[in-house]
Write a protein that binds this ligand. Structure first.
Ligand SMILES: [Zn+2]
Ligand SMILES: [Zn+2]
Length: 188
């Protein structure tokens, strides 16, 4: 139990504390930490989980794994996305995409690989210039979702939807700068 987490819990008004306990008991650690962070946006994701973990220990509630939702999970060093069970901890890695610098939460076998958006770069670059211009203008105008449909249309629906999403996501990362593209869930 970390000191800041204990101090945070002790500083909560009684009523609020009871509410957090109920969230944890009834809905589990992910829900409880999400609720904490909605109420207090200054908390980082990791801090939210640390507070909930401290409370779990105090109440004798077992934390659920944030990946497989199985029980008996705990926070791991270097992993800020929630408690992990032993199995998931052994299979999970966090690294920076060498292409765009975004943080990837993925499987150890893929550690060091580029993100899915960056993988779409060659496909994007192989599109005709006029298609890239039109889609690029839509992305720059903040019409990213519509641009996915437009790209499907222009390309004749010849690929999977996810391929179009990745190409647009890659184009968004060019607009937003390094590591700040619209990050699709990594394991898509
Ligand atoms: Zn798990
Ligand atoms: Zn990337």
């Amino acid at each position: 139990m970390t000191d800041h987490a204990t101090a945070y819990l002790d500083a909560l008004p009684r009523e609020r504390y009871e509410e957090v306990c109920a969230n944890l008991r009834d809905e589990g650690s992910t829900f409880a930490s999400t609720k904490l962070r909605i109420a207090d946006p200054d908390l980082s994701r990791r801090q939210g989980y640390e507070i909930v973990e401290a409370l779990s220990e105090r109440l004798g509630v077992v934390s659920n794994c944030s990946k497989c939702h199985g029980s008996v999970a705990r926070l791991r060093d270097g992993y800020g996305y929630g408690p992990l069970c032993d199995d998931c901890a052994a299979r999970t890695a966090v690294w920076e995409c060498p292409g765009c610098g975004s943080t990837i939460d993925g499987y150890v076998e893929r550690a060091g690989d580029t993100c899915r958006s960056c993988e779409a770069r060659p496909e994007w670059e192989a599109l005709p210039q006029e298609v890239r211009d039109e889609i690029g203008a839509m992305v720059d105008a903040g019409r990213g979702v519509l641009s996915i449909y437009r790209l499907m249309e222009l390309d004749g629906h010849t690929r999977r939807s996810i391929d179009y999403m990745r190409m647009v996501s890659y184009r968004m990362s060019l607009r937003d700068g390094l590591g700040r593209g619209w990050r699709l869930s990594v394991e898509l």
